[in-house]
Design a protein. Structure first.
Ligand code: FAD
Ligand code: AMP
Lengths: 271, 395
């Protein structure tokens, strides 16, 4: 089995705060991290290799410093990493990103051999779109299996996979031929922590860089030029500020007042 | 390739853009701003510049988009009935279509689903584009996306909306890539420019910390997935419309997936449909405290919600999470207990009709959006409230 895991470096959005005076992002102390959903993708990629043999390859597209997330993936147990980095990719939206990554995966197939499974996270926490995975699947003509919460069975000989997909009101069990693309949700596994030994070993593993010229794409297909969507405006969320009635003091008194209000407003609501 | 363009003659050195840049690419050099190679042209800085000194270099394209007409909604259904977000989108599509003087189309795919067309008309569709086949019995990305792509190429809609549900996002991602057009995820606001037909798609990003308005000016259709419960369901009318039957040759498809079974969750009252939600956060302190919330919820016939902090702590399962990465809800009453009111949480519940907060910290941000609230310890307040309500409701 050859598995490719797509991972993204993102700002840790739990640390991002808005400066209420200027309405802008405050970045001080904000770390770059592996997109949390992609940690589950890495873990699942490694588990598949451990169960069925073969290799797990980590891939990221981003600025040179995105190499950091590949180091994490190698330390967790991936065998090889590809950094897809070029100024020509700056400003890519999900369409251009998916195209660039799929071209890189084709390149990886030329170098390393056919890929059986591509794994993405459910979504990246900076853009929150979840569109890149399905986009890659279309470009590589792979069946997309999104929101996977469990891999039930992989059969490398008969080339099929059975997964559970987490939907709003239930789980769907789907069988698909291989090769296939998976996007994974949090429930799928618990990512491992790399040991010191593995971190050391990781620095000897191959880290391969691919640039625009390696991918055989046209200039108008990547970066800003290849992106149909434009960011028009950025602003901070307006929260309706209501001057509500906030009761303070004796709990019994407060509860009495709130109950009155509740009974009033629930008149129209079926209890 | 270039970086964000800075007009040094205009720059007043206020530094607003430096604060706005999420990747730290902008810095002050003397009294003017400079950019380094971290710039990924995301555009966050452009709008905050008070003197319009920043721009993203774009090539103006001359493209004729006049063939593209109509606002489409992709119907999501369970075989028996469209899901609520479909009606919400039909309401929104009607508004957009009237500003563009065009029609509202509903795409309806499935096996023996034509009977749903009347309901789609009654919520605003002028035309229903129908394709029926046993192949379409269960939703599967490949056949559904292929049919829709062929429909789009044939009828050329200007806009396509679908719900930002697991199914809607999965489908839209495939369709947009096949059509090589823009797709904006998880929109919470839609406006249209009546002249150009450009859709201004507003959505949260960076975990809800910022809002972005996205355009797709040079390609059609413009596609968006839209969060459920953000727009209201429009009033039902007795409007009628036309069914357009679309035939598709499924024999040419090589479908590689098969749905083996579907395992529905057991839920008493689903969060999505509840009129009242009682929600708990980190302030509960321990898992057992969900019991006191449950008692309040049962008294009111409410569903149980939670903040991510409570879910991450393992006190309650993920299905109950409300917010940016959980569910968006729009109940008549939302009671937040021991929830501080982070932007990510509020992104999922701020559209509730009435918000009530119980929190011991009078400064908690949740109070800013609350219609009523009590400052106090929830361990005391919640049981008291349950008792008081039981007295009046007689149960
Ligand atoms: C990308 C991203 C996505 C996210 N998505 C979501 C999401 O979908 N949903 C979500 O909820 N969060 C989400 N978060 C997390 C969010 O940022 C907050 O961390 C979270 O909402 C905090 O939950 P909380 O309000 O329960 O906890 P806290 O912020 O810790 O607040 C606890 C509150 O309880 C009060 N309290 C404590 N003890 C008592 C008591 N005895 N009686 C009364 N009050 C008491 C405190 O005063 C405090 O206000 C997301 C974050 C990121 C980065
Ligand atoms: N620049 C990137 N490099 C590698 N993988 C990416 C990149 N962007 C997105 N992905 C993958 O696609 C998933 C969904 O991202 P998104 O569509 O941006 O929400 C992520 O969880 C990653 O697995």
């Amino acid at each position: 089995m050859r598995v490719v895991v797509c991972i993204k470096q993102v700002p840790d959005t739990t640390e991002v705060k808005i400066n209420p005076e200027t309405n802008t992002l405050m970045r001080e102390g904000v770390q770059s991290i592996v997109n949390p959903f992609d940690e589950f993708a890495i873990e699942e990629g490694i588990r598949i290799k451990e169960a069925h043999g073969g290799e797990t390859i980590a891939l990221t597209m981003g600025p040179p410093q995105a190499e950091e997330v590949l180091k994490t993936a190698l330390a967790m147990g991936c065998d090889k990493a590809y950094l897809i980095s070029d100024r020509a990719f700056a400003g890519s939206d999900t369409l251009a990103t998916a195209l660039t990554i799929s071209a890189a995966i084709k390149k990886i197939e030329e170098k390393d051999g056919p890929v059986d499974i591509v794994i993405c996270g459910k979504q990246a926490i900076d853009g929150d779109t979840g569109q890149v995975g399905p986009g890659i699947a279309v470009r590589l003509n792979l069946p997309p299996l999104t929101y996977v919460s469990k891999v039930r069975e992989i059969n490398p000989e008969q080339k099929y996979i059975i997964v559970e997909r987490l939907m709003e009101r239930g789980k769907e069990v789907v069988k698909s031929t291989l090769p296939a693309l998976l996007t994974v949700v949090k429930d799928i596994n618990t990512p491992r922590y790399p040991s010191l030994f593995e971190i050391k070993k990781a620095s000897k593993k191959p880290m391969i860089k691919l640039t625009f010229n390696d991918l055989g794409l046209r200039e108008d297909q990547t970066g800003l030029k290849g992106s149909p969507t434009w960011v028009n405006k950025i602003f901070s969320p307006d929260l309706k500020s209501v001057s509500g009635e906030i009761f303070q003091g004796e709990p019994e008194e407060c509860v009495k007042k709130l109950t009155e209000k509740l009974l009033e407003i629930t008149k129209g609501v079926s209890l | 390739m270039s970086y964000v363009k800075i007009d040094k003659n205009l720059c007043v050195g206020c530094g607003a853009c430096v604060d706005a840049c999420p990747v730290g690419a902008l810095f002050m050099e003397g009294d003017k701003v400079e950019v380094n190679d971290k710039c990924n042209l995301c555009g966050s800085c452009v709008g905050v510049c008070p003197v319009n000194a920043l721009s993203i270099p774009r090539e103006a394209k001359k493209v004729d988009l006049s063939d593209w007409k109509g606002v489409w909604v992709i119907t999501e259904h369970d075989g028996k009935k469209p899901v609520t977000v479909t009606f919400e989108l039909l309401g929104e599509a009607s508004k957009l279509a009237s500003k563009r003087d065009t029609y509202v189309g509903a795409v309806l795919l499935g096996n023996n689903v034509a009977f749903m067309a009347d309901e789609l008309f009654s919520y605003g569709a002028d035309r229903v584009f129908l394709c029926e086949s046993p192949v379409l019995e269960h939703y599967r990305t490949e056949p559904y996306s292929e049919v829709i792509v062929e429909m789009v190429k044939h009828f050329k809609p200007e806009i396509i909306l679908s719900g930002a549900t697991t199914q809607g996002r999965d489908l839209a991602g495939s369709v947009a890539t096949k059509l090589e057009t823009g797709l904006t995820a998880d929109c919470t606001g839609l406006e249209i420019c009546p002249e150009t037909g450009n859709l201004l798609q507003t959505r949260p990003a960076f975990g809800g910390n910022i809002m972005a308005t996205i355009l797709c000016p040079n390609t059609r259709p413009q596609m968006s997935t839209v969060r459920p419960k953000v727009f209201p369901v429009p009033p039902k009318t007795d409007k009628k419309g036309d069914i357009v039957n679309f035939s598709f040759d499924f024999s040419k498809l090589n479908i590689r997936t098969e749905v083996l079974e579907y395992l529905p969750f057991e839920e008493k009252i689903s969060l999505a449909d509840a009129e009242i939600i009682v929600s708990g956060g980190r302030g509960l302190g321990k898992p057992e405290n969900f019991e006191i919330l449950k008692e309040l919820a049962d008294t009111l016939g409410a569903a149980l919600g939670a903040s991510r902090a409570a879910v991450d702590a393992g006190w309650i399962s993920y299905e109950h999470q409300v917010g940016q990465t959980g569910k968006t809800v729009r109940p008549k009453i939302y009671i937040a207990c021991g929830i501080s009111g982070s932007v990510q949480h509020m992104a999922g519940m701020k559209h509730s009709d009435i918000i009530i907060a119980i929190n011991k910290d009078p400064e908690a941000p949740i109070f800013k959006i609350s219609n009523y609230g009590i400052v106090g310890d929830l361990n005391v307040i919640v049981p008291l409230l349950t008792k008081e309500l039981k007295k009046h409701l007689g149960s």
